[in-house]
Design a protein. Structure first.
Ligand SMILES: C[S@@+](CC[C@H](N)C(=O)[O-])C[C@H]1O[C@@H](n2cnc3c(N)ncnc32)[C@H](O)[C@@H]1O
Length: 338
């Protein structure tokens, strides 16, 4: 089979990857192996399941480069990647990413309806988007926030490739979640002080995370609704990442006006979004596929706006100067106040 056909086929069957990962986390397979390499039979005995499914699971994880088999010793052990991503307690572990994906998976059998009839098929996600708690369960909320936080480091790094924070003193991150993006920027730029502005139920957790990560001296968290509350002032940059794509132009202009009001003259509103439509969106990297469709399952508005659309929304909000810098699938949109 050609590489192209094999790649296509593995995409078509990618749900297997997700389910294998989900079970491996549930059974804590890699954590178990990290305590000492062992045979499939010993692992099965520890997990109190049959050897056959455990062997199949280990083979699947092996194919993903997360565990490896030492034939001579008949033992399985984690690879370096497996140790980082799958061992409980590892600072880079991806457990929430997988749990978040699995949670969306429950809604995917109805994706056709979302595409055809604009039906919201992931109600828990829709609740979260509207600023309500994802469900009544703290656990689910933590999964949502935790998954975002894992990818926030990459978002912070991407923003920094096109926006220089060297002379910036104070940044407010609107919809800044647990402070992952801001923290990444602050690590690189020790002169930057920052504030996360997010909904009250999120900020409760953000405050704990700030303390845990040792950012208390430079980072604060303020609770509020970006649409209806007055925004804190005193920031030379207001940042917002992955918040506005799921909003319609009317709301984006409204949020833009709020930012303009809160900024001093010369202050900048920096918007990072993962999906840009139009020429800039091509070629998109393979990992972008999910992002274009994800928003359909939890929102009946918003989408991938083009360079021109972002520019006109910021102009309408009152920004004197606008700039859109597009890279691969994502874009940074900057509005400067007169
Ligand atoms: C998709 S997440 C993005 C989080 C973070 N900026 C990132 O890129 O990782 C959207 C964030 O916006 C927050 N949010 C949603 N509606 C909001 C509102 N009306 N006011 C303030 N924050 C809001 C959510 O709580 C969540 O933290």
């Amino acid at each position: 089979m050609s590489t192209e056909a094999a790649d296509f086929e593995s995409r078509a069957r990618a749900f297997y990857d997700l389910k294998i990962l989900a079970i491996a986390y549930e059974w804590d397979v890699v954590t178990e192996l990290s305590r000492g390499a062992m045979s499939a039979r010993d692992l099965a005995a520890k997990l109190e399941v049959a050897e056959r499914p455990v062997t199949a699971l280990l083979m699947g994880l092996g194919a993903m480069g997360l565990v490896r088999y030492e034939q001579d010793a008949d033992r399985w052990e984690p690879t370096e990647k497996g140790s980082r991503f799958m061992v409980t307690g590892s600072p880079n572990n991806m457990r929430d990413v997988v749990r978040f994906a699995e949670w969306q998976f429950d809604a995917l059998p109805r994706l056709r309806e979302a595409v055809k009839d604009r039906t919201i098929v992931w109600n828990a996600g829709a609740h979260y988007l509207k600023g309500k708690q994802a469900t009544g369960e703290q656990d689910k909320r933590d999964v949502f926030d935790g998954a975002l936080d894992v990818s926030a480091i990459a978002i912070g790094k991407s923003v920094m490739t096109v926006f220089d924070f060297a002379n910036v003193k104070r940044v407010m991150d609107v919809g800044g979640n647990l402070g992952g993006v801001l923290g990444t920027i602050m690590e690189k730029f020790p002169g930057v002080h920052g504030t996360v502005f997010d909904l009250p139920h999120v900020v409760e957790t953000t405050k704990r995370v700030i303390e845990k990560r040792g950012f208390s001296e430079r980072m604060t968290a303020v609770a509020g609704d970006m649409n209806s509350d007055t925004w804190p002032t005193g920031y030379d940059v207001i940042l917002t990442t992955r918040v506005l794509t799921t909003r319609d132009p009317h709301e984006i202009v409204h949020v833009g006006k709020k930012a303009l009001e809160a900024l001093p003259s010369g202050g900048r509103f920096v918007i990072f979004e993962e999906h840009l439509s139009g020429d800039e969106a091509h070629p998109v990297p393979p990992e972008a596929v999910w992002g274009y469709v994800f928003m359909l399952i939890l929102s009946d508005r918003g989408g991938s706006y083009s360079r021109d659309e972002w520019t006109s929304m910021l102009r309408e909000a009152g920004f004197a100067k606008t700039e859109v810098i597009a890279k691969n699938k994502w874009a940074v949109v900057i509005g400067t106040k007169a």
